[in-house]
Design a protein around this ligand. Structure first.
Ligand SMILES: Nc1ncnc2c1ncn2[C@@H]1O[C@H](COP(=O)(O)OP(=O)(O)OP(=O)(O)O)[C@@H](O)[C@H]1O
Ligand code: SF4
Ligand SMILES: [Mg+2]
Length: 321
């Protein structure tokens, strides 16, 4: 049986703001299988980054985790202390890469120094193995002339190279699970393509597990095995990538794929779906998608539909399915 490395159950997160509580996550449910790439998609503001950050407990100060469980193997991450998260989980078990690699590298230190620092903090490797691990990680992401490159400073590298350094830094720490939050958005298109090749190589050769947050359906179709579709802080549908394109069941997923695909493969074109994502301070009652849904019936504005299993690896939250 396939091993589940990450299981999020009924996760609820709110932010305190002057205008009121932002109900950013309201009962998120998803499972990531070991050795797979799992995409997380949905329009801007639907809660993708908050989901990723909650797993690593890297939320802003005004956040409150109101309920739920995040199982990483047998550990409930929400029960760990901050110290345990830092010592046992971040970096060496679960690592996260963000959209803008430039902001994550310190301009004052060489690449080698920064990767070493990460390895010293997050991995269990003995010191005499660090050099080799750093070199191997840089080579694995196909950075040319890694032995010399590691002595350079971030400003001497291109955006695409910096992004690979970030991946190498993460690989050198040998995490089990990587959360990648729109890692290609800041890169130009040709570099994106190379970056995706690097990730595909890591998937095939290292059995890496990745939760991949993106707006880009082309990336999903190239890299991901499974996908979770979010809408306004909830999961609308969990399904295989094949079903995402061939057999979407939730009206939102269906619109997402069909109205967008002909025009462009990114979710930026979502004006195609009438209306916009509701503000999460006062979200619509019932199914949060109902004001935009052409299939809505009376119950949709009253009761939130639970996620139900349609088939193995396919759950959907819709009263009409
Ligand atoms: N610190 C915060 N204070 C208040 N609201 C917040 C805070 N951080 C996030 N939010 C809100 O939580 C919701 C989910 O945000 P999140 O960043 O997860 O969206 P996203 O799906 O990652 O969007 P994008 O595709 O634009 O990155 C949004 O409504 C956002 O405004
Ligand atoms: S529950 Fe109702 S409103 Fe929500 S997606 Fe299904 S049909 Fe549309
Ligand atoms: Mg985001």
């Amino acid at each position: 049986m396939e091993e589940i490395i990450l299981k999020i159950e009924d996760l609820k997160v709110a932010f305190d703001t002057e205008e009121g509580d932002v109900e950013a996550l309201d009962g998120v449910e998803l499972e990531v299988k070991k050795g797979t790439f799992h995409g997380l998609i949905g329009e801007t503001g639907c809660g993708k980054s908050v989901t990723g950050k909650t797993v690593l407990r890297l939320l802003d100060n005004n956040a409150r985790i109101k309920g739920g469980r995040i199982h990483y193997g047998n550990i409930d991450l929400l029960k760990l202390t901050e110290k345990q998260m830092e010592k046992q989980i971040r970096g060496n078990e679960i690592a996260m890469i963000f959209q803008d690699p430039g902001s994550s590298l310190n301009p004052l230190f060489t690449i080698k120094y920064q990767i070493e620092e990460a390895v010293s903090m997050y991995s269990n490797l003995p010191r005499n193995k660090w050099n080799q691990a750093i070199l191997e990680a840089l080579q694995r992401v196909k950075l040319p002339d890694a032995a010399n490159l590691m002595h350079r400073y971030p400003h001497q590298l291109s955006g695409g190279m910096k992004q690979r350094v970030m991946i190498a830094m993460m690989l050198a720490c040998q995490p089990q699970l990587l959360i990648a939050d729109e890692p290609t958005t800041a890169l130009d298109v040709s570099i994106q393509a190379q970056f995706i090749k690097v990730l595909r190589d890591l998937k095939e050769n290292l059995n890496l597990t990745v939760l991949y947050i993106t707006h880009d359906l082309a990336v999903i179709s190239e890299l991901c095995d499974y996908v979770s579709v979010m809408y306004a802080g909830r999961i609308a549908e969990n399904l295989t990538t094949r079903d995402l394109f061939k057999n979407p069941q939730h009206p939102y997923t269906d619109k997402l794929v069909h109205s967008v695909l002909g025009v462009t493969t990114t979710l930026e074109a979502l004006e195609e779906i009438p209306g916009s994502v509701p503000r999460l301070i006062n979200p619509p009652a019932g199914c949060r998608f109902h004001p935009r849904c052409q299939e809505a019936i009376a119950i949709c504005s009253k009761e939130a539909p639970p996620l139900q299993e349609l088939a193995p690896n396919h759950t959907v939250a819709c009263h009409r399915r």
